[in-house]
Design a binder for this molecule. Structure first.
Ligand code: SAM
Ligand code: SF4
Ligand code: SF4
Length: 340
């Protein structure tokens, strides 16, 4: 049953993003707006979440179908207790070449960073939407200070989780004034800031095309202050366009999910915290895996099921949306549920 699988558009299955929880201690206005994720919001009960053993089993099966890279995300993945134990279990799987973690870094103490590194985590991506404290506090909407995220980044660096990628979602009129200060702050640090176009994920963030600042503009703005030149992609299907400062102060990236979609090379599957498989960030429906496992499905049965799902896949939402001025009208899953 093992062997690589490709979808209807001949795209292999290479990456698996695993959401560990739908909970988060931030309420980023574009991701978990308080109006929808308030005190009365019902998060998933613990028993609904995949256990570490179930995640490890699925990851092992995905590797048999071609997956080489795993990314842990959420919600906020560091909310999940003993996450380093999961990292150790995943690192032990033959065929996994890369494990990374996307986090808001609010819970990234030095001890946690060291434990993650010791368990086999190599890389980390920290989300930070502004370097100006007022802007950042307003965007995370729980008043969380920039300084504490910077401390988390320092902890990750000290633990050797380098180079660190720092993701900034750019929203026109909200944090675009912070692009140059952000670039300036991290120039020469060895960390790579990546500026991401604000996407129309989910149904709750009230996305409008005029709030998207195209990556081309971001690169022009930075290049007009510090000259930059393009860098070759690391591998086919890399989502960020890479640029380096001509003066040697390091590298930045821009991710043009809206203005230049990259569906043609998309080899990513997403596993929700409750064990549903999504073949596109914008999918409206997931494929149930947890209950199949809990009902006693064997590895061969699960492999056949996964292979069937991927071989029927034809998603290319972002390419289709490019021809629209507003999101395509459908019921989509939320980013905090599926993890970006
Ligand atoms: N809580 C973790 C964090 O913030 O890094 C992991 C989960 S979060 C959903 C993953 C990434 O998705 C973050 O970098 C976040 O900024 C990004 N994201 C969420 N909503 C987005 C949107 N509408 N457009 C673009 N990126 C988005
Ligand atoms: Fe939480 Fe990350 Fe969403 Fe912000 S982007 S609300 S930190 S899950
Ligand atoms: Fe992949 Fe779907 Fe995003 Fe296209 S829209 S790049 S298919 S996740």
């Amino acid at each position: 049953m093992a062997g690589n699988v490709t979808d209807r558009l001949d795209r292999p299955l290479r990456d698996l993003r695993i959401s560990l929880t739908d909970r988060c201690n931030f309420r980023c206005t574009y991701c978990m707006p308080k109006a929808l994720f308030g005190v009365s919001h019902q998060f998933m009960p613990r028993r609904e979440l995949l256990s570490f053993e179930e995640i490890e089993r699925l990851a092992r099966l995905f590797v048999q179908l071609g997956v080489r890279k795993l990314r842990l995300t959420g919600g906020e993945p560091l909310i999940r207790r003993d996450i380093e134990d999961l990292v150790a279990m995943l690192s032990a799987i033959d065929g996994v070449e890369d494990i990374s973690l996307t986090t808001n870094a609010s819970l990234l103490t030095l001890d946690k960073a060291k434990a993650l590194r010791a368990a086999g985590l190599r890389r980390i991506t920290v989300s930070l939407d502004g370097i100006d404290d007022d802007t950042f506090r307003a965007m995370n909407d729980v008043g969380f200070p920039v300084a504490k995220v910077l401390q988390g980044i320092d902890n990750a660096a000290e633990a050797g989780l380098t180079p660190i990628k720092i993701n900034m979602v750019v929203q026109r009129g909200v944090n675009e004034h912070d692009i140059l200060p952000m670039a300036e702050h991290f120039r020469g640090s060895g960390h790579i800031v990546r500026f991401i176009e604000y996407m129309d994920v989910g149904n709750s963030n009230g996305w409008r095309l005029d709030e998207v600042m195209p990556s081309r503009e971001v690169a022009e703005l930075i290049g007009s202050r510090w000259p930059i030149e393009p860098v070759e992609p690391n591998y086919r299907g890399e989502v960020a366009d890479r640029w380096r400062y001509r003066d040697g102060a390091g590298e930045i990236g821009v991710i043009s999910s809206v203005s230049q979609p990259f569906c043609g090379d998309c080899s990513r599957a997403r596993l929700s915290a409750e064990g549903k498989l999504y073949t596109c960030l914008f999918a409206s429906r997931g494929h149930e895996l947890r209950d199949r496992m809990r009902a006693g499905a064997g590895d061969d049965e699960l492999l056949a099921y996964l292979r069937g799902i991927w071989s029927r896949r034809s998603d290319r939402y972002s390419e289709l949306r490019t021809h629209e001025t507003k999101p395509i009208d459908s019921r989509k899953i939320e980013m905090s549920y599926i993890g970006g």
